[in-house]
Design a protein around this ligand. Sequence first.
Ligand SMILES: NC(=O)c1ccc[n+]([C@@H]2O[C@H](COP(=O)([O-])OP(=O)(O)OC[C@H]3O[C@@H](n4cnc5c(N)ncnc54)[C@H](OP(=O)(O)O)[C@@H]3O)[C@@H](O)[C@H]2O)c1
Length: 274
Amino acid sequence: MKLRNGNEIPDIGFGTWKTPNDEIALKAVQCAIDCGYRHIDGAYIYKNEEMIGKAIRNCGIKREELFITNKVWNSQRGYQSTLQALDRSLETMGLDYFDLYLIHWPANSLMYENPVEVNRQTWQAMIDAYKQGKVKAIGVSNFRIHHLEQIMDMEIIPMVNQIKYHPGLLQKEVVDYCKENDILVEAYSPLARSALLDNDIINELAQKYHKTPSQICLRYIYQNDILPLPKSVTPSRIQENINIFDFEIGKADMDRLDALKVDYELQDPDTMER
Ligand SMILES: NC(=O)c1ccc[n+]([C@@H]2O[C@H](COP(=O)([O-])OP(=O)(O)OC[C@H]3O[C@@H](n4cnc5c(N)ncnc54)[C@H](OP(=O)(O)O)[C@@H]3O)[C@@H](O)[C@H]2O)c1
């Protein structure tokens, strides 16, 4: 896929939330690289930057062939502290730059007197880091339309919005807004943290296409021009989750998935007290 600044971003990313900061991270990332992933999604708050960084440095693939994402955490918002957070994450991971740096969550009025100003200052730091070349692309995460609109008049607009997205949770309004503004949407929790994998319709389609329920979810997301970020530390699942580029879900089945009703959890960024 392509970002609005022309940079390429690999079609699927490897999630690392809840991956422990030990041998497990080293093995999971190496397995992902061996299976063909070139895009790793990380964050300061995942508390595993050290081992994920080590795995990336030692994986045997040239840095320029990899696409590494990191995110500035809520306690690091604001102009100066965002720039400091970026330097700190780069140092912890032992890297010279990130391919993509995101604001993890927008600021809200429960936490700040003037959240709009906080979001704008944080975004200004992202712009400046981008201009300095410390990050090759910049974006946001968990932003709804009104959060995006707080920064859309600034010199550079987000290239990515990473949101929770899976069959049954389509966040249509914000997705449409992003597509209209050429902001790539990335899907986190694309398997609903595995809650979707015993869904009857998804299992029926898995049988029909000779694929697994996970592959149906990820392929559906990809066919909606959204970039899936599945996480696993299990080698067979890491391999399974990238094998989604050799089949196509037909229109009628895409329509069935569009209409899927499932229970889901979605954190409202405006009511989060952190
Ligand atoms: N920006 C944000 O606020 C935000 C929030 C959440 C997540 N994310 C990013 O998005 C990534 C993915 O989201 P997520 O970790 O919440 O959820 P997910 O990818 O939907 O699900 C991960 C869970 O599903 C299991 N799993 C993975 N593949 C499977 C398969 N083929 N069959 C059966 N089970 C499978 C994993 O188990 P094992 O690992 O035990 O195999 C893990 O428990 C995160 O790791 C992170 O990088 C971002």
